[in-house]
Design a protein around this ligand. Structure first.
Ligand code: NAP
Length: 251
């Protein structure tokens, strides 16, 4: 099938191209710069080049996002632009990569992801809203960024279930081959862990000598993570654990 991956230069997008091509699909991947194998230009924030990027797509894996910029412009309005640009006669399946807990965790970026889901549900397109937990590589980045000299503060009691991005890419290959769910489907890692447990594993592998300090996070956001709102309640599970991920050299 003719597959378009939006966010093809991203953490997940880069890992999707190989498996999709190996499964026999013809893959184009879109980003603002249009770099990389099968790369085409398309900007969700402005709509520039979007029509030509989307033309001919039978399957779209929508994995573009702008968490650090303006997610309301890129994720929400951009998803609306994408919906308007698709060839409805040709499109068989659009898989939107969302995040477990976007409906339960009061956090601005998650609200934008949830709003983008609503745009897709209202679009009448054949969609699957695939809510995924945090990628292992992203957890590494968060922990590395949170470290303050010899101390690594982590939120006390937060429950998470991170997943390997390679497992997510493989799973998306299965999802696109199945009929559209027309609804939310969850996908997470193999084990639920506390943020402090994750941090201790990361410290042992990547930053020996650093002290993990569990710190209370007041408010509704902290309560939601403590209540397990970021952990999936259903759906399939990835195989690779965070400990296995850490056994590979950091890149
Ligand atoms: N990271 C996680 O732990 C995690 C967990 C669960 C779900 N997700 C979801 O999975 C998806 C992929 O996450 P990721 O971590 O792989 O993202 P990422 O590494 O931040 O990559 C974002 C991608 O979006 C593209 N992009 C940004 N602004 C754009 C625009 N205006 N027009 C077109 N493309 C644009 C970027 O391309 P250029 O900058 O090259 O244009 C890049 O390819 C996201 O929707 C995210 O919410 C992520």
């Amino acid at each position: 099938m003719d597959v378009l991956v939006t966010g093809g230069t991203g953490r997940l997008g880069q890992r999707l191209i190989g498996p999709l091509q190996a499964a026999g699909h013809s893959v184009k991947q879109m980003s603002r710069r249009g770099t990389g194998p099968g790369g085409v230009r398309g900007d969700l924030a402005t709509g520039r080049d979007l029509g030509s990027a989307v033309a001919g797509a039978e399957v779209i894996v929508h994995a573009a996002s702008d968490p650090r910029g303006d997610p309301w412009q890129v994720d929400v309005a951009g998803t609306r632009r994408l919906v308007e640009a698709v060839d409805r006669d040709r499109l068989r399946h659009l898989v939107y990569v969302s995040i477990v807990g976007v409906d339960r965790i009061p956090y601005g970026y998650y609200r934008a992801k949830f709003a983008a889901e609503q745009v897709l549900l209202a679009s009448g397109l054949p969609v699957t809203l695939l809510r995924v937990t945090q990628f292992h590589d992203f957890v590494d980045l968060l922990l590395d960024t949170a470290r303050r000299g010899p101390v690594l503060p982590v939120p006390m009691g937060w429950r998470v279930q991170p997943v390997d991005v390679g497992d997510v890419a493989e799973h998306i290959g299965t999802v696109i081959a199945a009929p559209p769910a027309g609804d939310v489907v969850e996908y997470g890692g193999p084990e639920e862990l506390s943020a402090a447990d994750l941090a201790r594993s990361w410290v042992a592998a990547r930053s020996p000598g650093t002290h993990v300090v569990a710190t209370p996070v007041p408010g509704k956001l902290g309560a939601a993570f403590r209540d397990g709102a970021a952990c999936p309640t259903g759906g399939a599970r990835g195989r690779r654990t965070y400990a296995e991920h850490l056994r590979r050299p950091a890149h």
